[in-house]
Design a protein around this ligand. Sequence first.
Ligand SMILES: Cc1cc2nc3c(=O)[nH]c(=O)nc-3n(C[C@H](O)[C@H](O)[C@H](O)COP(=O)(O)OP(=O)(O)OC[C@H]3O[C@@H](n4cnc5c(N)ncnc54)[C@H](O)[C@@H]3O)c2cc1C
Length: 470
Amino acid sequence: MDADKAADFIRQLIELVGSDHVISDVQDKQAYLLENRGLYQGEALAVVKPSNALEISQIVTLCRIANVPVSPQGGNTGLVGGQTPKSGLVISLTRMHKIYDADAVNGSITVEAGATLQMVQDAARESGCLFPLSLASEGTCQIGGNIASNAGGTAVLRYGNMRNLVLGLEVVLPDGRIWNGLRALHKDNAGYDLKQLFIGSEGTLGIITRAVLKIYPAVKSSMTAFTGLDSPEAALEFFLHTKNQAGEMLSAFEIMPRFGLEMVVRHMGGIDPFETPYPFYALIDLSSTSQFIDLTLSMEHVLETALNKNLVLNAVIASSQMQADKLWSLRENMSWAQKYEGGSIKHDVSVPISKIADFITQATLLCQSAMPDIRVCAFGHMGDGNIHFNLSQPVTMEKSVFLSHWAQLNRIIHDLVVSLNGSIAAEHGIGQLKVDELAHYKDDISLDLMRSIKAAIDPSKIMNPGKIIN
Ligand SMILES: Cc1cc2nc3c(=O)[nH]c(=O)nc-3n(C[C@H](O)[C@H](O)[C@H](O)COP(=O)(O)OP(=O)(O)OC[C@H]3O[C@@H](n4cnc5c(N)ncnc54)[C@H](O)[C@@H]3O)c2cc1C
């Protein structure tokens, strides 16, 4: 677009939303163009901050007529560059954060897409309920971003990921129409379930403007324990043991290796709960929405029987919320801690839960034979099959040399994942990071169907181009 046309386009945007809500200054735009960790630097004509779906519809219509690409953006916390524009316009949902009614009887709450996850959690809590999605980025990430990326987190084991938590959606389509699927129904088999198309579509099919979300009875009690284990195999057996004994009370089962714990202790002020080191650890949460359940008894029984069977080598139970938070911080700081260890190459993958131990063991051996001193940090959500298989550079290697092996190590891990019938993108999505990997691993029929859906909904290809599929 030449300078005159660009100026005219920006003038039209200002007419629609007011000059305070159109950002075209190079420096002011930068916060929206630079990804959280500085990994992606985007380009855009302007950032626009509408206040409702109608304004978004008008902006998108302008863009369609002028053939200007549109990138929806929430809290800009995505980890695969989906929110970083390649050109055109960023539509930021930041001003759209209303929370409407919480209906405890129906188990639902209606919110605007720009509400942060934390605002929604707080609103549910104020109504005596629970919105169970929980991510370390919850103070900043927005519900629209959570839906568009089908976010997971630590409670997926019990409540499912975002896909399971959405009852209805309102979406501005790439042609400017507003699709009203804002239903609060727990059962609805009237044709295709269209909302599911937009969940996890990473802004490539439309802009989510409002959502009806499921809320649950508040948790009455919870209990956290940290355990030392011999191996990923022992972790898997312990998971099965805990699931069988605690049933639906099991709300989180996270694993981490010794190297991960050492990093958090070294760089993030974490405290190792044990005097003796163990090769692996599992952090578990039991929780109950019933006031009649004695969780202390349940947790003690789970751990005692696991210790007797040698599934677990050592265990501590948090005796206060502060202790529980400290144990959880060991897990939550793991990703951040890694950046102090030089270059890292990360894989967000899933395999069937029964294959997790095989995957970790085989992937570790394959990486070590490709690069003998590589340091493996395989941690995450054993309870839902999602492992963050992160690699840190050998201590003596140059960071740039290590990072030059990115494609080779990706291939090793992703080939193994696919051979185990797993997914190369379990939680964070495809964004721009994994577009080529998706094209490499998805079968032709799946790619064909995905391209057909994209072409049917966004024939002008203006909605977040360059993300998911080309
Ligand atoms: C510390 C940290 C911890 C994290 N932990 C987790 C975790 O445990 N689990 C997990 O799943 N993710 C995690 N993430 C990743 C990220 O927080 C999630 O993907 C989150 O859901 C993104 O929300 P956002 O509002 O920041 O979206 P953005 O980053 O702004 O956008 C993400 C994608 O959604 C699209 N999008 C945003 N808003 C809309 C909308 N209204 N309509 C249509 N498309 C839209 C964007 O175009 C982009 O493709 C973590 C990130 C950080 C920084």
